[in-house]
Design a protein around this ligand. Structure first.
Ligand code: AR6
Length: 176
């Protein structure tokens, strides 16, 4: 599913983000930026050990913030590492999740990256309910694309059909 937003494209697809050829892919990282499991583990395995060597030099990352590295052996030139919230049911969760998406997009622009792929941040090990997280992700990405015009493509790469469907629903509802 593709949607044009003020000259940019937002695309939702099912897939494995490690195979994406956008200029950057976003990693759902932990505060140490260490390999871990889930999408982070898959990204570090596909990128090779040079990615962890580079991450070690960054002094970690706060929740809601984002840092960029090279893509090493990935098809993407860069990895933007963001740390989403660990879901607690508190109001702070939403603020931090919004910040993770926004900071990742800002870091892309600061580095002249014009195409970026996101996984569904915080919806795995960090426990954020996917339906709620999907509404927040779509809302932040669409608002960013409406405000800034230098990003050509933002793609959300969802790991399951159910996750893709929840994101499609959120995008349809945003424009209803
Ligand atoms: N491509 C796309 N999406 C994927 C892939 C993949 N290859 N693999 C998993 N997902 P998670 P979090 C989906 O747990 O909740 C790690 O250990 C997955 O189905 O990777 O932010 C880190 O080191 C889910 O929808 O990230 C942190 O400690 C989404 O990616 C912690 O987990 C996010 O799941 C971060 O937890």
């Amino acid at each position: 599913m593709k949607k044009e937003i003020d000259g940019s494209v937002l695309e939702l697809k099912k897939g494995d983000i490690t195979q994406e050829r956008t200029e950057a892919i976003v990693n759902a990282a932990n505060k140490r930026l260490a390999p871990g499991g889930g999408v982070a583990g898959a990204i570090h395995r596909a990128a090779g050990k040079g990615l962890w060597e580079e991450c070690k030099e960054l002094n970690g990352c706060e929740s809601g913030d984002a840092k960029i590295t090279s893509g090493h052996e990935l098809k993407a030139d860069h990895v933007i590492h963001t740390v989403g919230p660990v879901y607690s049911g508190d109001e702070e969760d939403e603020r931090q999740l919004r910040s993770s998406y926004r900071r990742s997009l800002e870091v892309a622009l600061e580095n002249d990256v014009s195409s970026v792929s996101f996984p569904a941040i915080s919806t795995g090990a960090f426990g954020y309910p996917t339906e709620e997280a999907a509404e927040i992700a779509i809302d932040e990405i669409v608002k960013f694309l409406e405000e800034k015009d230098r990003l050509e493509l933002v793609r959300m790469v969802l790991y399951s059909r159910e996750d893709l469907d929840m994101h499609k629903k959120a995008l349809e509802e945003y424009f209803r």
